[in-house]
Design a binder for this molecule. Structure first.
Ligand code: HEM
Ligand SMILES: [Ca+2]
Ligand SMILES: [Ca+2]
Length: 306
């Protein structure tokens, strides 16, 4: 059966859960300010494949190439995996074998989003960790920047999200960064996008000029307020300052544009809708008793599946 999630799921079995997660998040985000964006993306990629079950955290072994080693997950940053592992270690000392990795990722994401200025939302708990993680399943479940609104909408729809929720969740690109290869085809050559703000395009071309040699070069998703969770992402789209093609199409497409306009002019509406959509994201495909386990380590199944 489907898991019944509750915000107070660990109240008796792990009373310090909230505090342990919050303290670890504050320490990590202070040391490594890119953690919030990386973790938010990690959570998204987890929930969209096999549901929010920590399948994305599994390490590859000689029998199984895991989700995180598919090309589309290559750029998920180590700091995002690290914060989950740190929290897991602290929790295993306080209440061993009780808290799932899927719950840790959900709760840490909420705390990080809130910490960088985003809205607070409830995180219901009680997910079990999944028993499968296959790299070949990633493609088709995680959107790519060169896809159409129609194709991307299909992936959100499959997970129960409306077009409006797709737009509001894309507002996550108000923080974090993207590597040049994700948007370079908008900059150079005959397919260059004439709708990019010209000064922005010049700056990006300069930034990315050596990206084929150095694939670590990256640009902020939100050029104006890259570290702050706010509605600047939507304001940027209206001025040709969207970074990815999948960002810019939200203002070009006449079905998504009204939502961009709304969130650009009303941050409160953005925060309310984003909070509700994130709460919902946390319930996608969750596993209950008998459908998963509480992993001892977040990067390994308890039994080696071969
Ligand atoms: C709508 C379709 C989406 C597409 C095509 C897309 C694609 C991408 C790509 C290509 C990157 C750059 C990765 C890199 O180069 O390191 C990225 C970054 C990011 N994405 Fe998305 N994304 C989408 C939706 C979302 C959603 C729904 C969320 C979360 C709710 C999200 C959260 C993030 C975050 C936070 C980053 C920055 C990661 C970092 O700084 O490490 N994205 N996205
Ligand atoms: Ca998953
Ligand atoms: Ca921002």
């Amino acid at each position: 059966g489907v898991a019944i999630l509750r915000t107070d799921y660990y109240q008796k079995t792990c009373p310090d859960f909230n505090k342990i997660v919050r303290d670890a998040v504050i320490a990590k985000q202070g040391q490594q300010p890119t953690t919030a964006a990386g973790t938010l993306r990690l959570f998204f990629h987890d929930c969209f494949l096999e549901g929010c079950d920590a399948s994305v955290l599994i390490a590859t072994n000689s029998f199984n190439k895991a989700e995180r080693d598919d090309d589309l997950n290559d750029s998920l940053p180590g700091d995002a995996f690290d914060i989950v592992n740190r929290i897991k270690t602290a929790l295993e000392l306080s209440c061993p074998g009780v808290v799932s990795c899927a719950d840790i990722l959900a709760q840490a994401t909420r705390d990080l989003v809130t910490m960088v200025g985003g809205p607070y939302f409830d995180v219901k708990l009680g997910r079990k960790d999944g028993l499968e993680s296959k790299a070949h399943k990633v493609r088709g479940n995680v959107p790519m920047p060169n896809q159409t609104v129609h194709d991307i909408q299909g992936m959100f729809k499959k997970n129960g999200f409306s077009l409006r929720e797709m737009v509001v969740l894309s507002g996550a690109h108000t923080i974090g960064f993207s590597h040049c290869k994700e948007f370079s085809d908008r900059l150079y050559g005959s397919k260059a996008d004439p709708e990019i703000n010209p000064r922005f395009a010049t700056a990006l071309k300069e930034l990315c000029k050596n990206h084929t040699v150095d694939d670590t070069i990256a640009a902020f998703n939100d050029v104006m307020t890259p570290g702050k969770f706010d509605n600047m992402y939507f304001k940027n789209l209206k001025r040709g300052l969207g970074l990815l093609a999948s960002d810019h199409i939200l203002i070009k497409n006449n079905r998504t544009k009204p939502f961009v306009d709304l969130y650009a002019s009303d941050e409160k509406a953005f925060f309310e809708d984003f909070a509700r959509a994130m709460e919902k994201m946390g319930t996608v495909g969750v596993k209950g008793d008998g459908e998963g386990e509480v992993r001892r380590r977040c990067d390994h199944f308890n039994n080696l599946n071969v």
